[in-house]
Design a protein around this ligand. Structure first.
Ligand code: ATP
Length: 275
């Protein structure tokens, strides 16, 4: 089994979860798993619903950036959560759970330890292995109605065929030198999502574990944020997931979203990826 193995039946039969991926909606091709799951969420879909596709015609990342993945080369999916137990400013915790679950599954299946990059990427050897896109609906009562987390994980992508990404992106097959079966990787990932989300529901914050493996903490960075561009020392993150940046003028500012550039590259932090 390499890249041609997924269907709703096959996934459902292989799942080791109680509610994540139940139900699973599978498409050979769809416009965007995220957009489809948003429609299902509005129609009352249950927590754990998974929409997954072999190919997305309009896969997207943050700020309408395009996610590129040749058909059957990747894991492209979105999961619906209804974390009514979280305050809206803690919604990022669901993203953290998913980022950590990607790292868990990659380690379990390949032995590789990825790093996490603030705010929402998974890196291997300083290149992007997976992207995460989180969208939230807040009700009129200021409660979370849903959180949808979309993930694109480069499994068997040959980036030498995609010159625009070859310098910044990496796939698991490139990292280990052979194809990686998507189904065991997916079922492992969904199990870790469920386990970590249940810990969250039981009151366990994922912030410290997420922060422990987060680039660029402890480094000099430049952050392009909606409020402006800032250079400084990435001190830590707060409980909401915001980056605390110490500026040369002595102030510390908190940035909720932005694009980070490291001023000095690290190589997988000397291989100390997520454990
Ligand atoms: P960045 O990580 O580049 O700062 P971002 O976190 O906003 O940006 P996403 O929204 O997660 O990125 O994804 C969109 C960006 O990821 C695109 O602009 C493109 O540069 C890059 N990209 C697109 N497809 C892939 C892929 N398969 N693997 C890695 N990177 C990709």
């Amino acid at each position: 089994m390499t890249g041609y193995d997924l269907s709703a039946e096959v996934i459902t039969a292989a799942l080791m979860t109680r509610w994540v991926g139940r139900p699973t909606v599978f498409h050979r091709t769809t416009s965007s798993t995220q957009d489809e799951l948003k429609r299902l969420a509005e129609q009352g879909a249950t927590e754990g619903t998974l929409v997954i596709a072999d190919e997305q015609l309009c896969g997207r990342g943050r700020m309408a950036r395009k996610w590129i993945a040749p058909a059957r080369s990747s894991l492209l999916f979105s999961i619906l959560f209804r974390p009514t137990f979280l305050l809206p400013n803690r919604a990022q915790w669901v993203t953290m759970v998913c980022a950590l679950a990607i790292a868990d599954a990659v380690y379990e299946v390949t032995g590789l330890r990825p790093n996490l990059k603030w705010p929402n990427d998974v890196l291997l050897r300083d290149k992007k292995l997976a992207g995460i896109l989180t969208e939230i609906e807040i009700s009129q009562e200021n409660k979370i109605a849903w959180v949808i987390v979309g993930m694109g994980l480069n499994v068997n992508v040959d980036f030498s065929q995609l010159p625009e990404l070859s310098g910044t992106a990496i796939s698991l097959s490139e990292a280990i030198g052979r194809p990686v079966a998507r189904l065991p990787l997916l079922t492992s990932l969904l199990s870790h999502v469920e386990r970590r989300y249940e810990a969250l529901r039981a009151g366990h914050s994922p912030v410290s574990e997420w922060a422990a493996h987060l680039l660029p903490l402890g480094q000099e960075v430049t952050v392009v944020a909606p409020e402006g561009t800032f250079s400084g020392f990435a001190e830590s993150v707060d409980e909401t997931g915001a980056l605390l940046l110490h500026l040369p003028d002595g102030r510390t500012i908190s940035i909720l979203v932005g694009d980070v550039t490291l001023r000095r590259k690290t190589s997988e932090r000397e291989n100390n990826g997520v454990k």
